[in-house]
Write a protein that binds this ligand. Structure first.
Ligand code: NDP
Length: 318
């Protein structure tokens, strides 16, 4: 079956030429406890880039990606053969599959989605209070677009930044953000944030790290909370790491907390239930950006780092 592999380790910005669609043998008959899944949708996730580096950072607690080999990735698919009691042919499943047409996986409760990341990160880590001022970076992306909408449901004031005027329009006119700005048009992020938050930021949901994090800390209020969700600007820029002014953190008693989706997985079904209800009730609008066909994986993945996606980047296979 077909799968997408990296030709070599990837450092800095990824390009489509770093990838190749290959054909390889797959065992078609699942063994006890396994299912064979026909993948329907594949998730494009920025963290995969960190797995492609020569020295996949030790803190990326998933295996490094080996050039030429299959790449595990989140997705959804249909069971086409099963050797376990919990799943039967025709069941639709989601979890850790692969950038490939078919995946043979051990059956089990595995999950990971942007919705849960946004939910946990905002409600569990940031603990929002009514009326608080919230700043979200990469706000038109998969996680960010949900965080902003959750902030409105929590009766907060929310401002997002994104990398194009079309994205800013979406945030302000369709997703209910109180305000939004194009960070690429702001020569000085610190003064931009002072302008958008004259009374300071209570909660910063950080998807990008780097200079944006440094600037946000300068505008944080006393007892503000910062959720470190991702640092996409640092995935492609090995040279620059956020260097926050720690005196700001100390004197303003800011709580900065990194989190990873896995720590909340035991409550996965509870969270999915809540988010599904909100979507059905029209309270939350999921934004999807779908490319077609396995051969579009390289362009779909690299789009994340060029800011070409709006909302959750997916590849539809079948
Ligand atoms: P997005 O849908 O937000 O796509 C990535 C977006 O990031 C791009 O569209 C682009 O938007 C922005 N971006 C890219 N490069 C830069 C840059 N150099 N500086 C600023 N912005 C940039 O992706 P996700 O929603 O899937 O992920 C968002 C973040 O959340 C990532 O950092 C990811 O690693 C992290 N994450 C963390 C999880 C966790 O468990 N902690 C789980 C899932 C995701 P723009 O046009 O605005 O620049």
């Amino acid at each position: 079956s077909r799968y997408v592999a990296v030709r070599h380790h990837v450092e800095g910005f990824p390009s489509e030429e770093d990838f190749k669609v290959k054909t390889g043998r797959l065992r078609w008959r699942p063994e006890s406890g396994e299912v064979l899944v026909r993948n329907l949708y594949l998730s494009m996730d920025p963290y995969q880039l960190n797995r492609m580096k020569r020295r996949s950072p030790s803190h990326v607690a998933v295996d490094g990606i080996v050039p030429g080999e299959r790449i595990t990735a989140y997705g959804a698919g249909k069971v086409v053969a099963s050797a376990c009691a919990e799943y039967k042919e025709g069941d639709v499943v989601a979890g850790l599959l692969g950038w490939e047409d078919y995946t043979l996986v051990p059956a089990g409760p595995r999950a990971g989605t942007s919705g849960i990341t946004a939910y946990d990160g905002f409600f569990e880590v940031c603990k929002p209070q009514r009326g608080e001022k919230v700043f979200v970076s990469a706000a038109s992306g998969s996680v960010g677009s949900l965080v902003g909408q959750f902030a409105k449901l929590a009766s907060c004031y929310v401002v997002g930044c994104a990398g194009s005027n079309a994205k800013v329009d979406l945030l302000k006119n369709e997703l209910g953000f109180d305000d939004a700005f194009n960070y690429k048009e702001e020569p000085d992020m610190k003064s931009a944030l002072k302008r958008y938050f004259p009374d300071g930021i209570d909660i910063y949901f950080d998807n990008v790290g780097g200079k944006t994090l440094e600037a946000a800390l300068a505008s944080m209020n006393t007892h503000g909370r910062v959720a470190l969700c991702g640092a996409i600007s640092e995935y492609t820029d090995a040279g620059h790491r956020a260097s926050p002014d720690l005196l700001e953190v100390i004197y303003k008693r800011i709580a900065i907390r990194g989190f990873v989706i896995w720590e909340f997985l035991t409550r996965f079904s509870e969270f999915t239930g809540i988010i599904s209800d909100w979507i059905c009730q029209g309270k939350v609008q999921p934004i999807e950006d779908v490319s077609n066909g396995l051969e579009s994986v390289p362009s779909a993945f690299t789009a994340l780092f060029l800011g070409l996606n709006i909302g959750k980047k997916l590849v539809k296979l079948a």
